[in-house]
Design a protein around this ligand. Sequence first.
Ligand code: ATP
Length: 384
Amino acid sequence: MGQLSLNQITKIFGTFEVVRNVSLDVHDGEFMVFVGPSGCGKSTLLRMIAGLEDTSGGDIVIDGKRVNDLAPVKRGIAMVFQSYALYPHMSVYENIAFPLRVEGAPEAEIRRKVDEAARILHLETRMDQRPGNLSGGQRQRVAIGRAIVREPEIFLFDEPLSNLDAALRTDMRIELTRLHKQLGATMIYVTHDQVEAMTMADRIVVLNGGVIAQVGAPLELYHKPQNLFVAGFIGNPRMNFLPVICDAVTDAGVTVTYDGKSLTIPVSVPSDQGPALKGTQMTLGIRPEHVVLGAGEAQLTVAPSVVEYLGQHTIGYAPLAGDAGNFCFVLSGTQAAVEAPTVDLSFSTADCHLFDANGQAFERHVDMAAMRMQKPVGMLQTAN
Ligand code: ATP
């Protein structure tokens, strides 16, 4: 078993509350990713689960047992750090064997478990080498091997791939996903890289300023972000936000005006809230990859100031009026036609997101079963 519950977890450093009332259930065998911007508290939360940091409030429960006062080694967890934390003077074999030697395990058991970890991680030919002779990816595999031999209920990973170059990171990402399937263990993984989060997670926890902004499956966060923060955080390039005014709320959705044009966005509004929304400021969200060239349901004419050619995609940026930033669009293939003084773009209202004046999303009319069949085409690899 590897079931974790966090109940109202809080962490205060001095007077600074870095984690506030976080409650979460992680299921046995689940791959859960904590993601969020730098300083949002994701490493602190992981370190509290590991027992490397005390909580200021709340309960941490593993397999039904409150572990707040248990030493890290007694919690049934193993943690893998960004820095590998290997012993440079020891061989790969001895590094992996280390926690078993500390426990005083019999030699035969150590050999069996280390050999098995080496086989799973494809390290068999490296066992006599020192960490200094290995690549970054191989060193991280040794660190993972050291966690595997402990046979923990829960693996904790703190940005384990951040020191690797982009290509190696992709390889290790795939290996970790394979490892999770093979071991079937509960894994909690901290990263600031949303591509890692989207590709590896069963569910993602998005943290913002020490609180949970949303928990959900990757495509749920992509198609149904609950607030402006998650909408802007998940997706690369990030979602465009346009200021709009609400004209009417009907069964078909919310009719808004943007740039003098009327658009009905298919979202649901609780019946008691409809009348009060008329005339209020809202934010319309449209992902760059849902914008196409030419005429369509919702149109805008932009003056691209920067065009990037990635081969697979063409990405354009055009300044919006006022201080609304750039409007970004991602087109398939090479589209040199966008290097014109003005370009007509359009998008479908079905692809739009709508947020109220407090940044909370209205429920979109999205068929998630159908959406799971589609890959979000705009999820580009972030630079290392
Ligand atoms: P990053 O991705 O940059 O590692 P993070 O989301 O993991 O960020 P944490 O490392 O959890 O963030 O830190 C959250 C906040 O708590 C930060 O503002 C950090 O400066 C602060 N913090 C972390 N550890 C301590 C500490 N021991 N003493 C005081 N403040 C701390």
